[in-house]
Design a protein around this ligand. Structure first.
Ligand SMILES: [Zn+2]
Length: 316
């Protein structure tokens, strides 16, 4: 990653170091040829590990990635979106009237009960804004924490990915849920949305997400933000919550704030007060942003997570 571009991005958006680095790395990696990964109908369990949770040097993703059930504790968010874990997670049911969960083999349909409630609310609302229902991608692992593949955030059960493809009018098979691809709404040159796909219903579902009472931000590709800045008429107050990041051209990422009273949950910095349709947005389409290459990341060690995450890992 060129140093100048990185510093520039930091200064311009004042997003915490870790977050911007991860967003850029994840997004570019995700935006390349293999933008979407398929799942398996026959996922193999991971081989047992010799390392222990109380070894501070232990790679946290190896430990959290092996947990198949939530910590049987009261629901509690511990840490930050990009370095934390989740106790008492609730599963998003794989089928609802207006939603279906995708890539079931990943076992990442776990979240804080407030995240699950938000998704159900949004799914309920979807048909009234012209979106048949939600296809839901990754939330968090059963105990949250860093993952062996994919996201850098999604660690505390307050993040969810929603496909930019409306739910079809039928129940998808297990195979379809593992192998179907989401729709890319961005044009091939990444400079704008694809006009053949982009529709008022896309705007409406993004608005419904951004205006939910618990949602703090919605992450989308810069080309989608550009389209919103151009196409949204009337109430534009929600545009400030729509945050451009690399990738996010097949799905949008919804993030809620820390649940009330969860004192171990570290809130994210307040977002900008402006729409974000000016120069900051232009930057994403310039040479500098385009030249940013994904950085190599070392997996987080247990010592990088709040100490309470060890109890979450060990709870029986
Ligand atoms: Zn996401």
């Amino acid at each position: 990653m060129p140093k100048l571009g990185y510093k520039y991005a930091m200064a311009r958006f004042s997003i915490p170091n870790l977050l911007i680095r991860c967003l850029i790395a994840t997004a570019i990696a995700g935006g390349a040829a293999h933008a979407q990964t398929v799942g398996s109908l026959d996922p193999k369990p991971l081989p047992p590990l010799a390392i222990k949770a109380d070894d501070p040097k232990a790679p946290a993703n190896q430990l959290f990635g092996r947990k198949t059930a939530p910590a049987p504790l009261e629901a509690r968010v511990i840490g930050y979106y990009t370095s934390g874990c989740l106790a008492g997670a609730k599963a998003m049911p794989i089928n609802g009237k207006t939603w279906q969960v995708m890539r079931l083999s990943r076992n990442r349909n776990w979240g804080h009960p407030e995240l699950i409630a938000m998704l159900e609310r949004l799914a309920d609302k979807a048909p009234s804004v012209g979106w048949n229902g939600l296809l839901i991608g990754d939330l968090a692992q059963p105990r949250g924490g860093p993952m062996l593949t994919g996201h850098w955030s999604h660690q505390v059960g307050l993040d969810a990915d929603i496909w930019l493809t409306p739910m079809p009018n039928r129940e998808l098979s297990r195979k379809e849920r593992e192998e179907m691809f989401a729709t890319n709404v961005v044009a091939e040159d990444w400079m704008d949305v694809n006009p053949k796909i982009w529709s008022p219903a896309h705007i409406a579902i993004l608005k419904a997400a951004a205006t939910d009472k618990d949602v703090e931000r919605v992450l989308i590709n810069p080309a989608i933000k550009k389209a919103l800045c151009r196409d949204v008429k009337g109430d534009r107050s929600w545009l400030k919550k729509m945050r451009p990041v690399f990738g996010h051209n097949y799905h949008f990422h919804v993030r809620i704030g820390c649940p009330k009273g969860d004192t171990a949950c570290k809130p994210q910095p307040a977002g900008p007060a402006e729409e974000g349709c000016g120069k900051d947005l232009d930057w994403w389409f310039g040479k500098e942003a385009r030249s940013i290459k994904p950085g190599k990341r070392e997996p987080l060690k247990m010592s990088a997570l709040p100490a309470a995450c060890k109890q979450v890992l060990l709870a029986e």
